[in-house]
Design a protein. Sequence first.
Length: 425
Amino acid sequence: MTAMHFVSALAVGVVVWAEALSAQASNTGILQGHILTIAGSAVPLAEITVVPLEGSSTLHATTDRFGAFRVVFLAPGAYRVAVRRIGYRPISVREMVIRSGKVEVLDLALTPSAVTLDSLLVSTSSLALDRNDAEFGSRLGTRELALLPYSNDARSLAAFTPGARPDQVWGAATAQGNNYQLDGIAMNHPGIGGDLLQPSTSWIQEIQVRGLGAGAESGNFQGGIINIVTKSGTNRFEGSLRTTGESFHLNGSNLLVGESGSELSHRSELDGQVRGPIFKDRLFYALFGQVVTRGFRVLNNVRQVAGDFSPVAPEEREHKVLGKLTWQATSRDLFSGSLGHTGTSGDHFGLDGFESPEASVSRISRTSFYSLEWQRTWSPRNFLHVTFGGFDGSDRGNPYDGPAIPGIATLLEVNPRQYQNATFR
């Protein structure tokens, strides 16, 4: 029997000056800029209103004597930004996209007016040239994910980044060289490296791949940082339920007799989620669930076993659940927490066609994870972000005939030696 148990936890407390930091958290963003007159002079005390298009809490800010403003801890997504000041025509930006871990710059000019006029709608690009940011990477939000073709594997989304493949991200030879994160919390497998867990692709609000030029606060990687930001609840109730299925009877095959390899024989999935408010503008929830079953066809290369394919087909059953709560306690305090669990059970795990089915193992893997965050804002330039998170799990491989029977029949006069069990292979 092979077994592995792992425990990991992370606690981070940081007080920062916003001027010296590009973005305060890897799962939120910052909006900043200046409000000026058409002559170029500053407009102090202008009211800035930032409204999420998905319907969560509205945020407010006021420009200082230099006309500057800054709004922190913005969840990734699209926002409507409105600017008002007595004596000037109001102006609004219909759609401003905020990306996690980035600072978006918005500079607007107000036109003096003695009377109230109709609002002026301005469209602007969310992209801005930042001469102080040498970081190279990419970000995909819900809008891009709705348009791009991709598989059911969240790991494959990294391939949309130029120069990256799902496991080999720039300088990383394998997945062990990357830093995988879920909502900003590191989720690297402590035993074999790579990602410990993957959420369903329908749970993703944004996926960001960072690497070359990452700031000094980022580490523990040779290739890239892959951070998946999951969706949160908003003021709008939303829910979905979907199912998919496939079979090798309907798909083509690349397997050729005499070669080695395996392919998916069947796959079925049931995925659901529900999000909404518990108390409007204050407390929000998000619940996610997924169940997947899959089987494989394995080419047979064992001469003592008849048939082109292994007579026993490996199968896996996987379930994932995630719950999130977001509490806007005050205008300055935002609390959020998440709790999730994933589990996988499989029959004849590790069967690759070069061993008898009795030499494989039954696999049981369980992982529970959690995170807690507190975001406190004193002013647009002074804030606190505290994060605590971790995970606990196990991965066990059990031989079918029990651990007392040797893996190879060493005392039998046969050539090649026969497998009896999977303790040793």
